[in-house]
Design a protein around this ligand. Structure first.
Ligand SMILES: [Zn+2]
Length: 375
């Protein structure tokens, strides 16, 4: 009898821990090139009042300036600071001894996204060119699992994502820079029409509002188990030297993420069983001041990024990233200090672990899971 009871309680425990630890769904979100400096320190006073970089300085300072950097940061990112960092875990505030970085040697977008999505660094990915990714993303790898097959999707503002996901080979559903191929219902038809009628602000990047609302509509109707949303405006406004617009875009993106989370909690498929993980593909410079415009390693300014060759050391600090997550299995510990710098090639395996999967069954070459994000 005692043995039967012990067995029953062991089974019970297994059941409980199993359901508590594994999430059913993951939503992975990226801000392109949003610096940890703004995320944790808020407005940079010099850039925010800079004649050349902030034409709308007055509005920028009125909306977001505060003597306390944490208060300024909370004003730009009310959802991240008020909800994600409270209920979940965050790393990357270097002022507090918390370090996150890319481990690819280049510090620009394609290598950064590939590292996040595939969990490996392939040095042959050394440009932002439209080259089919030789590595497999989390989406493609999970297609080998019948529980996930066809249940993933990606929405992005930048037009290189179909190549990063290698859609020719993987068949992953990717909507990037273009209208939906097969819109469903009036709202998607209208979004498609606006997409055609409103010119994109950049040759290869669309407004994030399209990416966001396409993703939200797809989320509601298809309920994927793995959804990736890549917002791009922050990086493009920074390259355009518009610090004011960079901050306004960051504020909008925080609002988009809030809407994603609130929508998830309103749908049975997602409520209380969905991990939200947020990160960036690279950082930006800090010193000298104009290097906030750029991101490139010392190695890449000798090659693909030769337009920045006057910066002999590359754009120092542009490997710095940050990561934040909340949801089932993620400790509510807020900002965590780190002994070693946590790298982006460990995100994919972490997400697999949070889904109750072992990354070694998918690609043993991935960086190992980030224990800080796993309860
Ligand atoms: Zn980027």
């Amino acid at each position: 009898m005692a043995r039967i009871l012990a067995m029953l309680s062991a089974l019970c425990l297994l059941g409980i821990t199993g359901s508590l630890q594994a999430a059913d769904n993951v939503v992975l979100i990226t801000f392109d090139g949003l610096r940890w400096q703004e995320l944790f320190r808020g407005l940079d006073p010099e850039l925010a009042s800079h004649e050349e970089y902030s034409e709308q300085s007055e509005r920028l300072l009125e909306d977001f300036w505060h003597d306390d950097p944490a208060m300024s940061a909370s004003a730009i990112f009310p959802f991240l600071h008020g909800t994600v960092f409270q209920q979940g875990t965050v790393v990357g505030n270097r002022d507090l001894g918390s370090c996150a970085a890319v481990s690819n040697p280049w510090y620009f977008s394609y290598p950064g996204y590939s590292e996040i999505l595939t969990g490996v660094v392939n040095e042959s990915i050394d440009s932002n060119g439209k080259v089919l990714n030789p590595e497999k993303t989390l989406h493609e790898l999970l297609n080998f699992n019948p529980d996930f097959r066809g249940r993933s999707a990606a929405f992005a503002s930048w037009d290189v994502f179909p190549y990063i996901f290698n859609v020719e080979r993987s068949g992953v559903f990717v909507n990037a820079f273009e209208p939906l191929v097969a819109p469903v219902g009036e709202a998607e038809a209208l979004l498609n029409q606006l997409h055609i009628d409103i010119p994109p602000p950049w040759p290869t990047v669309r407004n994030d509002a399209f990416t966001h609302h396409f993703a939200m509509s797809y989320l509601r109707r298809e309920q994927p188990r793995l959804l990736f949303i890549s917002y791009g405006e922050t990086d493009d406004f920074a390259h355009d030297a518009k610090y004011d617009e960079y901050i306004f875009a960051a504020r909008r993106t925080d609002g988009f993420i809030r809407e994603v989370w609130e929508t998830l909690q309103s749908i049975d498929q997602y409520r209380d069983n969905t991990v939200l993980f947020i990160t960036v593909d690279h950082g930006r410079g800090e010193e000298p001041i104009e290097t906030w415009l750029h991101h490139a390693s010392k190695r890449s300014v000798d090659g693909y990024m030769s337009s920045l060759s006057q910066y002999e050391e590359g754009i120092v600090g542009s490997d710095a990233t940050w990561m934040a997550a909340m949801g089932p299995g993620i400790p509510s510990q807020g900002m965590r200090t780190t002994a070693d710098c946590l790298t982006s090639n460990r995100i994919a395996s972490t997400l697999l672990q949070l889904l109750g999967e072992d990354y070694r069954d998918y690609n043993p070459a991935m960086g190992v899971p980030l224990e800080i994000f796993v309860e």
